[in-house]
Ligand binder design. Structure first.
Ligand code: NAD
Length: 361
């Protein structure tokens, strides 16, 4: 029986509620497929600040580094919003990313057929389906480049620098190609090579790495065009690899066209063999915390990504995704994915989690 060590960071707000349901689903998958998941629950975010004075205690990072994967709920909340930047719960996320060397952020945007009516695009576009994964570079580019203020032609100016090195581009490109290989073998690299030098280097390197993946079809798209094509013909996209800033914006756009934030999972990966971190895209939703209203499906779908990407358990990951699809097809809805006119009353976090367990084949 294979055993996997998972560091659990329930965090704040709805985090503990959605992580609790995800663990029930993982345990049920483990029982069916002969694996065991050993959890070690650790503090990060606001609850860690309250208990230890730090958003990311050293012991938490150590446990995460020694685990096979990390499952995070969400951190933050109104209570801590008044604290200075270095003591904000969200600091824990930056510390986890750098401490675990997570440089690739994977965000799937999938339109579940049962939720097609929630898609803000035209029905004929939604009918073609949406199933795209954004691979966003997470530790470089303008968000981490040289920045400052200086005197310029028009007075005081602020500046930020976009710079990408060959090694940085190679490793994120490989994540994109490897993922495309497991899917429809189509990779779109998004850049702005008609204007930016950093994008021209990006494109050169991606083309070079493509030679290692002759079975994957590569195309390039300028970021402005990509933002249009995503709403014009989203079904054409499979895997998109792009920079930190372009990925930040485009992955939110892609998420939005698939419906509720409560449905969006994510993975952050570092070098192969190192623990990845899996979390829903949403935050701690303090407005509904503790009320059994949160949709746990984003976190449950994040565990499917964990099984597939960190543990190589493809069949088990498929089983979770199939169960979620079956539950949605049955008409069960938490309040966030319920449309006006839906017949059934909304169900709570716990009922939704248990339905997924029941639908596991
Ligand atoms: P949010 O994602 O927490 O909430 C936005 C809206 O979506 C709210 O109305 C909320 O009720 C709803 N929502 C979110 N998740 C839901 C779910 N699973 N089911 C049903 N409805 C859901 O974003 P926010 O309000 O901007 O941020 C709240 C706190 O979370 C802030 O402190 C913020 O910094 C933090 N945050 C944390 C993370 C993270 O931990 N990764 C990410 C984003 C925001």
């Amino acid at each position: 029986m294979a055993e996997f060590r998972i560091a659990l960071i329930p965090g704040d707000g709805i985090g503990p509620e959605v992580v609790g349901e995800a663990c029930l689903v993982l345990d049920a998958v483990g029982r069916r497929h002969g694996h065991s998941f050993r959890y070690e629950s650790v503090l990060a975010g606001g609850c860690a600040l309250d208990a230890t004075g730090e958003p990311l205690p050293a012991a938490t990072l150590k446990t995460c580094q020694e685990s096979d994967a990390v499952l995070l709920g969400a951190v933050g909340g109104w209570k801590w919003d008044v604290l200075p930047g270095n003591l904000r719960p969200e600091r824990a996320l930056l510390g986890l990313r750098s401490g675990l060397g997570l440089y690739a952020n994977l965000r799937p945007a999938t339109l579940h057929p049962a939720l097609a009516a929630a898609c803000p695009l035209r029905a004929d576009i939604a009918a073609l389906g949406i199933d795209v994964v954004f691979v966003r570079e997470l530790t470089g580019g303008m968000y981490f480049g040289e920045r400052g203020r200086r005197q310029g032609k028009y007075g005081l100016e602020g500046y930020d620098t976009e710079a990408y090195g060959v090694g940085e581009i190679e490793r994120i490109a490989r994540v994109g190609f490897e993922l495309a290989r497991k899917r429809r073998r189509k990779l779109t690299s998004v850049d702005k090579a008609n204007v930016l030098e950093s994008s021209r280097v990006w494109r050169e390197v991606v083309v070079r790495v493509a030679a290692e993946y002759p079975d994957v079809a590569l195309d390039h798209m300028y970021v402005d065009n990509a933002s249009m094509q995503l709403i014009r013909r989203p079904s054409d996209f499979d895997v998109c690899v792009t920079t930190n800033m372009f990925g930040d914006i485009l992955s939110d756009e892609a998420g939005q066209i698939t419906g509720s934030i409560g449905m969006l999972p994510s993975a952050s990966l570092g070098d192969p063999g190192k623990p990845g971190m899996y979390e829903p895209v949403h935050g701690s939703a303090p407005d509904i915390a503790g009320q059994d209203k949160a949709n746990p499906l984003a976190t449950i779908l994040s565990t499917a990504m964990m099984l597939r990407l960190s543990f190589g358990l493809d069949e088990e990951a498929d089983a979770i995704e199939r169960a979620v699809t079956a539950v949605l097809s049955s008409g069960a809805r938490t309040a966030d994915i319920r449309l006006a006119g839906d017949a059934a009353a909304p169900i709570g976090t716990r009922a939704m989690g248990r339905l997924v367990v029941q639908h596991l084949a």
